[in-house]
Design a protein around this ligand. Structure first.
Ligand SMILES: [Zn+2]
Length: 118
């Protein structure tokens, strides 16, 4: 299984801005991203530019989706359990970056945030 995000994501960027009261459906859709951003506020605030904050949050979001998928009973209890890979794509140059491969040696790279249970 592959979770693939992309850099320069407008949805991720919107989650770092104050919510627009005129766009309730958008606000609802990006709410999980907003809580993920809050959980990683210190790391994101330390970035030098908005672009770096947006791109790092896009990576953290991939890792969070991977974490949730790996923890889901359908994946966790499957025999054999499928590997869940986390990738991110750069539209600018077409490159894919592997954030987590699904192999045990890479588990340290996996985001351990509990933003969604907070
Ligand atoms: Zn996007």
């Amino acid at each position: 299984m592959i979770v693939c995000g992309h850099y320069g994501c407008g949805g991720v960027r919107a989650s770092l801005l104050p919510p627009d009261p005129g766009l309730p459906h958008v606000n609802c859709r990006i709410a999980p991203l907003c809580s993920l951003a809050r959980a990683h506020r210190d790391e994101l605030d330390a970035k030098a530019s908005e672009r770096e904050r947006v791109d790092r949050l896009a990576e953290l979001n991939v890792l969070e989706q991977v974490r949730q998928l790996r923890a889901h009973p359908i994946v966790r209890d499957a025999e054999p359990a499928p590997l869940v890979h986390g990738w991110i794509f750069a539209l600018e140059d077409g490159r894919l970056k592997v954030l987590t491969s699904g192999y045990e040696a890479d588990d340290a790279m996996t985001c351990e945030t509990a933003a969604h249970s907070a």
